[in-house]
Design a binder for this molecule. Structure first.
Ligand SMILES: Cc1ncc(COP(=O)(O)O)c(C=O)c1O
Length: 462
């Protein structure tokens, strides 16, 4: 039981939240008739709100970030020790923690050699785009491969270039004009194939489209494609195994760099350390964030191959030839120490293996939900699972926003938090995602499955 003083201070906090906190991507009009949710504690997979209600967090912090779970004292200790030892120095020079972390990242991405730190996933992509443009301008005087292809449904971030590369029109509304030089390509979305075909008789046309785009735009102008291995926020879209092989062949043929956005997929989320390890593909650049630190500290990076770095080694007298990008905070000793301990935990506790095992368990159990008329498809890999809701199986019309809200509210009532995302049309949220911390136990997974089943059963009879 909470005493009167706590209740009073809770009310004050809620009031202050309403007065002063501008929540991200939130329509504040709802706070006229409901209180904002305030999360106060977390331990393992469980979070507690300001009223003391506990939830199994099957969203890993709402945005699939908290891979190692909540309450990790060893991360807190490594960060605080570093803060005392070296509070800050600019990323123009290294520190022991940022150097050790770079080496650790390369040990789990052994095809790569260089790590360039940043603060957020958006910024990692943003800096990688800048690096790609400058790379080609240093390499060629007679052509300008500045254009970057990205796929509809993939999300790459909120800053202007990252948003320009994002394939979700609803995210861009109101912010135009965006950055020139970004080209759209169809998603690999087998449940709603953009070519109205059916795998495996489809020739992987959605990947072959890249060649048409390059030819149309001119191969001397296209420098890179950015993709998520498994599309996350755009609906949990798992490509068939041949997909990336086709993309890779086209990239190799036209000297188009392959950028792999592992911001969500990375660090064990999909049952392998990186999402692209499921496929036959060799990217040139990988971007990482979220599970890189499990959200304990803000840190991200792009990771690049040696040949890209080498292009920037120019004569010392060359005032423009090096990669001229900087932000103040990335790779500070404390952030790096936190990220390092986070990766050590993932390795020490075999969390990638647990992600694969518990992901298979959750997916095989939740696949049974496809027998409900309103469940179009359950899909995913590892602990990255989505349920797409429809009005009925025949028309596949996306389920109405109100139905999705009712399902989510019921799941919450059962003490589980899941995530919600947007589909291709404006305001059509018809996929929910299940992405718990990688430490999830069978008992917790059973509770997630049971709570979703109850919610779907209720909605299916409405
Ligand atoms: C695949 C992907 N890339 C990039 C980002 C951007 O990361 P951040 O929100 O840290 O800027 C996100 C964020 O959700 C993401 O899902």
């Amino acid at each position: 039981m909470q005493n009167k003083t706590t209740l009073l201070s809770n009310m004050e906090l809620i009031d202050m939240d309403k007065k002063h906190l501008w929540h991200h991507i939130t329509n504040h009009s709802k706070f006229q008739h409901e209180d904002p949710q305030i999360i106060v504690e977390g331990k393992g997979c469980i979070i507690k709100d300001i009223h003391g209600k506990e939830y199994i967090d099957a969203s890993s912090g709402g945005v699939w970030a908290v891979n190692v779970g909540y309450g990790r004292k060893t991360i807190a200790d490594s960060v605080s020790e570093q803060l005392v030892k070296l509070g800050f120095f600019a990323p123009t020079v290294g520190n022991p923690a940022s150097i050790r972390l770079a080496q650790k990242v390369i040990s789990i991405l052994p095809d790569f050699q260089k790590v360039f730190y940043s603060n957020t996933g958006s910024e990692a992509n943003e800096k990688a785009f800048k690096m790609v443009r400058q790379y080609f301008r240093l390499k060629y005087k007679n052509k300008d491969k500045y254009k970057i292809v990205s796929r509809l449904r993939d999300y790459h971030g909120s800053t202007f270039a990252a948003l320009s590369a994002t394939g979700q029109p609803e995210r861009k509304l109101g912010f135009e004009p965006l950055v020139p030089g970004f080209l759209e390509m169809s998603p690999c979305y087998c449940y709603r194939c953009p070519y109205n075909k059916k795998y495996p008789d489809c020739n992987i046309d959605c990947a072959l489209e890249l060649e048409n785009i390059i030819k149309k735009e001119g191969e001397d102008t296209v420098g890179a494609i950015i993709v998520e291995p498994i599309t996350s926020g755009g609906g949990i879209l798992v490509p068939p195994k041949e997909y990336f092989k086709v993309l890779q062949e086209i990239c190799d043929k036209y000297e188009v760099l392959m950028m792999m956005d592992e911001v969500v997929n990375g660090f064990g989320r999909t049952g392998k350390m990186f999402g692209h390890y499921h496929f036959d593909v060799k990217p040139d650049i990988v971007t990482i964030a979220k599970g890189f630190t499990s959200g304990y500290v803000p840190l991200s990076a792009f990771v690049a191959k040696q040949f890209l770095f080498d292009q920037f080694i120019t004569d010392e007298a060359d005032k423009m030839g090096y990669f001229r990008d900087i932000s103040t905070f990335p790779g500070s000793a404390a952030m790096s120490a936190g990220a390092l301990e986070n990766i050590n935990i993932i390795e020490r506790e075999n969390l990638v293996e647990n992600s694969e095992k518990m992901g298979n368990y959750l997916l095989s159990n939740m696949k049974e939900f496809e027998s409900f008329e309103i469940v179009g498809e359950v899909r995913g890999k590892g602990l990255l699972i989505g349920i797409e809701f429809v009005e009925d199986k025949k028309t596949k019309l996306p389920a109405k926003e109100t139905i999705i809200s009712e399902i989510i509210t019921e799941i919450n009532k059962q003490g589980v938090l899941v995530g919600k995302m947007t589909r291709s049309m404006i305001n059509q949220n018809n996929v929910i995602f299940i992405a718990p911390p990688l430490i999830i136990t069978k008992e917790e997974a059973d509770k997630i499955i049971a709570s979703i089943r109850i919610a779907i059963e209720k909605a299916n009879t409405m």
